[in-house]
Design a protein around this ligand. Structure first.
Ligand code: SAH
Length: 220
C-alpha cells in the first residue's frame, strides 16, 4: 500500500473517532508524518500509533494529535499557540498549518535540534523552537491564545495558567498514573479556570528542568 493510500485510511479512522473539523483533517493531510519518524519506522508513519523517537520519548498517535488539535478550538488563523513537549515536531507542524505562530519548548537538546531540522526540511517557517523547561512556560512571549501540553503533568503548572489569555484554552494530559491520564480542556474566563475531562490518554511524563542526554539509539 502506498503512503497516500495509508494516509487516506488514517484520515478515515480519525473521522470515525470523532475528529470531524475539516481544518484539522486538512492539516493532518498536509503534514508528511514520515518526515518526523525515525528512518527505521518509516513504513509505520501512517499507522494510527505512537512510535519511539530518541531519548526514550515518542511521537504521539495521530488520533491523539488530531483530537487535541480539534479540542484547542482553533477558530481563527490569527492565533498564537504555545506547545510544551516538541518531541519530533509533528504536533507543532500540524498546528503551524492552522495558526499564525507556534512556540514550542523541548527539554532534550538533541530532540529540539532534530525537530528544528525536520520542520525546516518541509518548509515550516512559523514555528519557533526553544530548549527549556516548559513547566515554566515562555514568559517573554506570553500571553497565548492556546496552550497544548504533550506530556503528562501531575498537576496543571501555574505558570501555564498564568500565561493563558482571557478566553484562552489549555489542553493538557493530567494524572499520576503512568499508564492512564485524563486529557483536560481548561478555559480561562478572567480568574476562573473551567475544566472539562475529554479522554483517557497515555503520555510520557512532563519532567522539570533541562534533561541530561542519554546515548540511546532505538534504531539499533
Ligand atoms: N508533541 C510531540 C510529542 C512528544 S512526547 C510530537 O508531536 O512528537 C513529549 C515530549 O515532551 C518529550 O520529547 C519530552 O522530552 C518532552 N518534555 C517532557 N517534559 C518537558 C518539559 N518540562 N519541558 C519541555 N519538554 C518536556
Amino acid at each position: 500500500m502506498s503512503d497516500e493510500a495509508r494516509k487516506i485510511r488514517l484520515l478515515m479512522e480519525l473521522r470515525r473517532g470523532g475528529v470531524t473539523a475539516t481544518n484539522v483533517l486538512s492539516a493532518v493531510e498536509r503534514v508528511p508524518r514520515d518526515n518526523f519518524v525515525l528512518p527505521s519506522f518509516a513504513d509505520q508513519a501512517y499507522e494510527n500509533t505512537a512510535l519511539p523517537i530518541h531519548q526514550g520519548q515518542t511521537i504521539s498517535q495521530p488520533y491523539v494529535v488530531a483530537f487535541m488539535t480539534q479540542a484547542l478550538g482553533l477558530t481563527s488563523s490569527n492565533l498564537k499557540v504555545l506547545e510544551i513537549g516538541t518531541g519530533s515536531g509533528y504536533q507543532a507542524a500540524v498546528l503551524s498549518k492552522l495558526v499564525r505562530r507556534v512556540f514550542t519548548i523541548e527539554r532534550y537538546r538533541s530532540l529540539y535540534r532534530e525537530a528544528e531540522a525536520a520542520l525546516k526540511r518541509i518548509g515550516v517557517n512559523n514555528v519557533v523552537t526553544k530548549l527549556g523547561d516548559g513547566m515554566l512556560g515562555w514568559p517573554e512571549q506570553a500571553p497565548f491564545d492556546r496552550i497544548i501540553v504533550t506530556a503528562a503533568a501531575e498537576t496543571v503548572p501555574d505558570a501555564l495558567k498564568a500565561q493563558l489569555k482571557d478566553g484562552g484554552i489549555l489542553v493538557i494530559p493530567v494524572g499520576r498514573d503512568p499508564v492512564s491520564q485524563s486529557l483536560l480542556r481548561i478555559r480561562r474566563q478572567g480568574d476562573q479556570f473551567i475544566e472539562e475531562n475529554l479522554l483517557p490518554v497515555r503520555f510520557v511524563p512532563l519532567l522539570p528542568g533541562i534533561a541530561r542526554e542519554a546515548q540511546d539509539n532505538p534504531e539499533g
